[in-house]
Design a protein around this ligand. Structure first.
Ligand code: HPA
Ligand code: ZN
Length: 324
């Protein structure tokens, strides 16, 4: 099983590029840019990665992102992630980025875009890894700030296929961004949203009805609402599930308690993803292996995760066919 998983072709649909910042690169960039870090060493940073919930993680994630300053920094970050993709047999990846995490610190939208897109172009050319970019709004910030961010994205529609919603789910329901997502749809962006990670199943329903999303990111709280699970099976709404993330953020106490295999066997279009691999202990292969270690699953079942991810991707049908 292990060698089967390692070489299984994979498609990633839920990864935050800022969450791929390994402590080694964080220290290198901190030195390059003369940014102080609250950790004395790489080891101390890694040891600090112990979380009680989503917010305790987000606090550290935003802190780490402060070392990202120049176009080259964003290039190096993205390139390092793509090398992990190559190692893990990830053929295609759809990457989230959080522009507000950077523009709020005075780093321009253009700097972020230029570094990420240059690395993605090199990844396509040199590693044959295809990719798409999805811009996330930070849901703890205002609707107005999201509208401003959307306005900036309008000049980059060639590079940004869709918009999403991340950060603190509690207290910031989908409804808060209904009008922003309306405008994003009008402009031709596809939409996704984090929903039902820590928040209630109703956030999943609301993301579908109010934000008209093409996929739900996480979505694991759907099990609180059996009628919703039936609906997810009927409409084949993809869930981009992140197993190691969910255990690290205590959405589930142990991997054996995770509902991903139960959802798969019910016929929900579930996929496996890494979320913030530098913080949660692993990339795509690690997430696949963690699931196989905790459940009695077959190779055929594990291969369904890739088939689901191809189907749920934002690639045109011809390119999906090439991945199969
Ligand atoms: N949830 C919400 N916001 C995030 C996450 C997540 O898992 N990762 C990075 N930002
Ligand atoms: Zn996420």
């Amino acid at each position: 099983m292990e060698s089967f998983i390692r070489t299984l072709p994979k498609v990633e649909l839920h990864v935050h590029i800022e969450g791929t910042l390994e402590p080694e690169l964080m220290f290198e960039l901190a030195q390059r840019n003369q940014i102080p870090l609250p950790y004395a060493s790489v080891e101390e940073a890694r040891a600090a990665y112990q979380f009680d919930d989503l917010q305790s993680f987000l606090d550290m994630y935003y802190l780490g992102a402060a070392v990202l300053q120049t176009e080259q920094d964003f290039y190096d970050l993205t390139w390092a992630y793509l090398l992990h993709c190559q190692q893990d047999h990830v053929m295609h990846t759809e990457i989230f980025f959080d522009p507000q995490t950077h523009t709020e610190r005075g780093v321009s939208f253009q700097t972020v875009m230029a570094g990420i897109t240059r690395a993605l172009a090199d990844g396509e050319q040199q590693l044959s890894i295809s990719s798409r970019l999805i811009m996330c709004f930070l849901r703890h910030l205002s609707e107005e700030a999201a509208f401003e961010t959307l306005a900036q994205a309008m000049s980059y529609q060639e590079y940004i296929i869709g918009v999403g919603l991340d950060s603190s789910e509690h207290g910031h329901p989908p409804e808060k961004f209904r009008r922003v997502f309306e405008k994003a749809h009008e402009a031709g962006f596809l939409t996704v949203a984090h929903a039902g990670e820590e928040g209630p199943a109703s956030n999943i329903r609301d993301a579908m009805s109010m934000l008209r999303v093409s996929r739900i990111d996480h979505g694991v709280q759907c099990s609180q609402d059996p009628a919703l699970v039936e609906e997810l099976v009927r409409n084949q709404m993809p869930l981009t599930v992140c197993p190691l993330s969910n255990v690290q953020l205590r959405v589930f106490n142990r991997m054996a308690d995770h509902n991903i295999i139960a959802l798969l066997r019910k016929g929900v279009c579930v996929t496996i993803n890494s979320d913030d691999p530098a913080y949660f202990g692993g990339y795509m292969t690690d997430n696949f292996l963690a699931v196989t270690a905790a459940f009695d699953v077959t190779k055929e079942e594990m291969a369904v995760f890739t088939a689901n991810a191809i189907r749920a991707s934002f690639l045109p049908d011809e390119e999906k066919a090439q991945l199969q």
